[in-house]
Ligand binder design. Structure first.
Ligand code: SAH
Ligand code: SF4
Length: 346
């Protein structure tokens, strides 16, 4: 990194400050903003509404990209595209675009690696490298927005479910969402975002108190502390009772439904008893359960559940009045699971 400001790290007020330093009027900052976020230009050099001297000045005084795509995989059905990006310090992160039912949902990373150590997760297995800056989060979206624009399409939904724990990089994630929200730019409505957390209780409380319209997903995977602590070590710090209390507070403060993620692992958490235990844990809460057959990773011996077990599991939840969707793992053939491409490259 060069120490120069990175364009995507800045909000419009910051950008106007930069322009002041360059002795340029604030409306020029707006022109640059519009060119980058609406016309999706790559660099000041291309922006012909700015004078040649200003273009050169900007090009020399700011950075316009931190992400270099170094690998790209397309699933066999063509509906999932995964890109591995290299960061300026040589670390890599990934983002995955999934086309499904008219929607183009983008799954983005919030950290390089992750400190949470969930046993079945490829990102957890590689350990924590560093937090992404807000601009590095934003640029993942911009990259795909440019790709989709070539087909006259746009990113419709964003899930912060790629590498990393978003609530361990809270401020950068929220400021990235604010920037992507901005009506003068990509104008992606808050309701189009989903943040997935492993269950950092104080951050869930803070998020609830901010009453954002952003959706919240909690990675649950087990409905008793013994099993959950084995799969997700953070459960020792924030056990289920505290986590469920924070979820109830979230629902009552925001009136929004919370989603629970459950990766079905054969013989570990996929039995009818597990389903009944889950049903009794979350009964009465405004919620939805997403069940996903485990995506196998190198360092974890667990296997995905069978289709039949997944159906039985779903049936038990539904008969308790809990809405549930089976999400088939998309793009398994391209290692679209969390962190799997980056760990291959390391
Ligand atoms: N750190 C956040 C978001 C990134 S992980 C979180 O844990 O919620 C996104 C989701 O993928 C989480 O629900 C996580 O538990 C799940 N996941 C990770 N590895 C997986 C695997 N091998 N198979 C299925 N789901 C996995
Ligand atoms: Fe981190 Fe989420 Fe992976 Fe756990 S599942 S290690 S919290 S990225």
């Amino acid at each position: 990194m060069t120490g120069k400001p990175f364009f995507f790290d800045l909000n419009i007020a910051d950008l106007k400050e930069q322009f002041k330093v360059l002795n340029e009027p604030p409306f020029r900052a707006q022109q640059l903003w519009q060119a980058m976020y609406v016309q999706l230009e790559h660099d000041a050099q291309q922006i012909t509404t700015l004078s040649k001297s200003l273009r050169t000045k900007l090009h020399e005084s700011m950075e316009f990209s931190h992400l270099t795509p170094i690998d790209r995989l397309v699933s066999s059905d063509g509906e999932t595209v995964k890109t591995l990006f290299r960061l300026p310090d040589g670390l890599s992160i990934e983002a995955v675009l999934m086309h499904y039912d008219e929607r183009d949902t983008l799954c983005i990373s919030s950290q390089a690696g992750c400190a949470m150590g969930c046993v079945f997760c490829a990102t957890g297995q590689m350990g924590f490298k560093r937090n992404l800056s807000s601009g590095e989060i934003v640029e993942q979206v911009i990259y795909y927005a440019r790709e989709l624009a070539k087909e006259n399409k746009v990113v419709t939904n964003i899930v912060i479910m790629g590498m990393g724990e978003p609530f361990h990089n809270y401020d950068a994630v929220m400021s990235a969402i604010d920037r992507l929200n901005d009506p003068r730019g990509l104008n992606l409505g808050a309701r189009r975002f989903t943040i997935s957390t492993v269950g950092i209780v104080p951050a869930i409380r803070q998020f609830a108190s901010e009453k954002r319209q952003v959706n919240l997903a909690i990675s649950l995977h087990a409905a008793n502390d013994a099993l959950r602590s084995m799969l997700l070590p953070i459960n020792r710090r924030y056990p289920l009772e505290d986590l469920m209390q924070a979820c109830r507070e979230y629902v009552s403060l925001t009136n929004r439904r919370v989603s629970f993620e459950w990766a079905l692992i054969q013989g570990v958490n996929d039995s009818p008893t597990d389903a009944r235990e889950l049903a009794s844990l979350i009964k009465g809460l405004l919620c939805h359960v997403n069940i996903i057959p485990l995506n196998p990773t190198i360092e974890y011996e667990g296997k995905p559940t069978t289709r039949e077990n997944a159906e039985v599991f779903k049936g038990i939840l539904e008969s308790s009045g809990i809405p549930c969707t089976i999400r088939l793992r998309r793009g398994i053939d391209i290692r679209a699971g969390c962190g799997q491409l980056a760990s291959k490259h390391q």
